[in-house]
Design a protein around this ligand. Structure first.
Ligand code: C2O
Ligand code: CU
Ligand code: CU
Length: 478
């Protein structure tokens, strides 16, 4: 079966929003896609890896003419790709070379909260650094690192503080998937920006409480990128790293492609698409088979009618590798007997956004869940279909399973681990959630302006045998 449908409710697509900024094809010359270098460890032993991640300011040649002032991790824009091998103990020095406070949030990583997780309770002040360590123990996946200081997450991500994180393991390593980084395996960070005078970004000028958008697509910090295809099969690790924009992905000629992984790793079965929509913070890994093309051909990955990445086909060796019907066993998460369904309500638009009728407060813990318990969460979006919007719901520090959408089966590509699930207006989505570690974790809409605007709450994962207290930041002391 090949899906030729974006699944999400058409009346709720961002195209219908009054403030929608359609993408426009840039007139800038095509450039080779930037492929971020892999961050080298400072030190490595059989069991431990040591890294330094630096948030810094710089400038980047994005368009002809003046360079754009940008921020990044260990680089001027976005950052290097950080690779963690499952089973290793990871030590990271987080260094802030910016002129303002930031935090380093590991989106999708199963780690204790709130300090290692790096949400708003883990500030690193300008000129300072802090150290974290954790054991990487989760399936191979494409995750990401981004800034998360409340309430300026959106602005810092817009400046460029977002970078791919890849977890590897022995299970994924045995699957017949391309994994030669930068050759047949590419991170694809989808974002959008507006360029103002002297090619600069201006977050304030473009501000919209329902999410900042730009008319120019930026992929891995490249405008009008192309990839030289030199192998028959290519793996794209797509991240929607935009503040607000959802991308409706398809190839210009209708080429079909397989999705093999979602946010938290490999899916039980590959799912074949001609069209797929990705919403903020989600990751989809695709395998594209260029079998039918020849040296000199070109095919483009589009969103709506705008090309995002062009694939320039070169000659390649024939590759008969087929994806099997089944990639991994179905993930299981049996609900803990005696637990109640947790209801979470996302409501409002613009400045009115809230969770359970309340705006986020750093000092308030909104819910508690026993560590290790599996609890069904029922997430409602009370927007209505007319003029409402899709809210991508994200939980820190864990990967969950999607159970149902309005009582029906989840979408075909929602049978694997997820950390972000988009909820249509007037829909309620049930998910099964377990925290493996104790801590305070945020959950929120990942339209980043909604998150900063208060559509966010926090839950404590607690161990009754070993109660803990946390130092929660106070917004007023920032
Ligand atoms: Cu991408 Cu609060 O997270
Ligand atoms: Cu997160
Ligand atoms: Cu939202």
């Amino acid at each position: 079966q090949v899906y030729d449908d974006y699944f999400f409710d058409e009346p709720a697509w961002n195209t219908h929003d009054g403030g929608y900024v359609p993408l426009e094809e840039s007139t800038a010359p095509q450039q080779k896609l930037r492929v971020p270098a892999i961050l080298e460890p400072d030190k490595e032993t059989d069991t431990d890896m040591y890294y330094t991640v630096i948030a810094e300011e710089g400038e980047t040649q994005l368009l002809p003419g003046p360079k754009t002032k940008t921020w990044g991790y260990n680089g001027a824009l976005l950052g290097k790709t950080i690779v963690f091998k499952r089973g290793k103990k990871i030590h990271i020095t987080l260094k802030n070379d910016l002129h303002e406070l930031t935090t380093f949030h590991w989106h999708g990583l199963n780690v204790p909260g709130p300090y290692i997780d790096g949400g708003c309770h883990a500030p690193v002040y300008p000129g300072e650094s802090s150290d974290i360590e954790f054991v990487c123990d989760q399936p191979a996946a494409t995750l990401w690192l981004h800034a998360h200081p409340c309430p300026s997450t959106a602005q810092q991500v817009w400046h460029g503080l977002a970078t791919p994180v890849v977890v590897t393991d022995d299970v994924e390593a045995k699957l017949p998937l391309p994994r030669n980084y930068g050759v047949d395996d590419f991170p694809i960070v989808l974002q959008d920006r507006n360029f103002h005078e002297d090619n600069q970004w201006n977050y304030q000028a473009d501000y919209d409480p329902d999410g900042v958008q730009g008319k120019t697509a930026m992929i891995n910090g490249t405008i009008n990128p192309y990839i030289d295809v030199t192998t028959q099969r290519v793996r794209l690790r797509v991240l929607d790293g935009a503040n607000r924009r959802e991308f409706r992905l398809h190839f210009n000629d209708g080429l079909e492609f397989a999705q093999v992984a979602s946010d938290g790793g490999i899916m039980p079965k590959p799912v074949y698409f001609k069209k797929v929509m990705i919403t903020c913070a989600e990751r989809d890994e695709f395998i594209v088979n260029f079998e039918g093309y020849h040296d000199g051909d070109e095919v483009a990955l589009m969103s709506d009618d705008v090309p995002l990445v062009r694939f320039r086909i070169h000659s390649f060796a024939k590759d008969d590798t087929k994806l099997s019907e089944r990639l991994i066993d179905d993930p299981e998460l049996p609900v803990t007997p005696g637990t109640d369904v947790r209801h979470v309500v996302m409501s409002g638009m613009d400045e009115e956004v809230a969770i359970d009728g309340k705006k986020f407060e750093m000092q308030r813990i909104d819910a508690r869940q026993k560590v290790g318990d599996v609890v069904v969460w029922d997430i409602t979006n009370t927007n209505d279909m007319v003029g409402g919007m899709i809210h991508p719901f994200h939980i820190h520090g864990t990967q969950f399973l999607v159970v149902s959408r309005n009582g029906h089966a989840p979408y075909a590509n929602e049978h694997g681990w997820k950390d972000t699930v988009s909820v249509n207006p007037d829909e309620h989505v049930q998910i099964k959630v377990r925290f493996e570690y104790t801590g305070v974790y945020m959950y929120h809409c990942h339209i980043i302006e909604h998150e900063d605007g208060g559509m966010m709450a926090q839950i404590e994962s607690f161990d009754p045998e070993h109660p803990k207290t946390y130092k929660l930041m106070d917004m007023d002391t920032l």
